[in-house]
Each structure stands twice: as structure tokens, then as C-alpha cells.
Design a protein around this ligand. Sequence first.
Ligand code: HEC
Length: 125
Amino acid sequence: MRKITALIFGASLLLLTTGCEKTEEQKEEVVTYKYTTAEVYDQMCVKCHGKNGEGVLEKKGPALNDQSYQELRMGIMDIKMGGTSGHSAGTEHEVMEHNMKKIREKGMDYDTEAMAQYIVDKFQK
Ligand code: HEC
């Protein structure tokens, strides 16, 4: 009986310590975004993709309101990863990749899925 108690105690200690280490690691991995997806869209994306995701001709920003959630998600993923996600040829979003760098520098990074969802929910009815 005593042996079992000791074992359980040992195991929970281990869990506790690994639990702590995990939070340390997660600090680097889990990104917390300073702005909401809506704020990022309204302050950044809107300039080139329009208030309703209809696109802005002068800025050459294509319409985003005619794309499916999946298309948007893949597009944004590619843009954020510099075409290395393997979903497209890689150079397809050169302009937007450059824009994304600028957007990041301004602290206006965002979650890929959340942005795709936002565009679908807001502009596609
Ligand atoms: C300075 C102008 C500009 C800003 C700001 C901008 N974009 Fe773009 N975006 C473009 C242009 C130009 C393209 C088309 C060329 C390309 O994909 O590189 C594009 C392409 C895209 C595409 C791919 C569309 C497709 O048809 O494949 C997505 C998705 C996208 N932008 C999302 C966003 C989001 C989300 C934001 C805000 C965080 C944003 N863009 C901000 C100019 C801009």
C-alpha cells in the first residue's frame, strides 16, 4: 500500500514539473495577438481588399468575398509562411507576402483561421 502511494505521489510530481516546463515552452509557441481580427482587417486589409472584401482596384487587392473559407485559409497560410506551406507554387502571393511582413512589423499579426472565418462571416451572406 505504501508503495502505491509513493508511486502516485511521484507521478503527480512529475506531472507538475512537466506541466511547468510546458508553460515555459508554450510562451514561445502560442501567439497572443494584440488586436482582434476585426481590428486588423479594419486597419490593414481594408485598404487593399475593401470594406466589404470586394477588392480595391487601385491597390490591386483582389476581392476576398468570393472565396470559400478553405481558399481563404490556404491563401492566408501561404502568405504567412512565405509560400512554404506546400499548398501553392510559392511565388503566387509575392505581393501579399511582402504586405504581411509590413503588417507583422506593425504588430498587427492575426490568426489564419480566425481571419478566414471573419471574412466569410462578415462579407459572405
Ligand atoms: C497594401 C495592400 C494590401 C494590404 C494592406 C493587404 N493586402 Fe492582401 N493582397 C494584396 C494584393 C495586391 C494581393 C494579390 C497578390 C498576391 O496575392 O500577392 C493580395 C492577396 C491576398 C490574398 C490572396 C487572394 C487570392 O485571390 O489568392 C489574401 C487571402 C489576402 N490578400 C488577405 C489579406 C489580409 C487578411 C490582409 C490584412 C491582414 C491583407 N490581405 C492586406 C494587397 C494587400
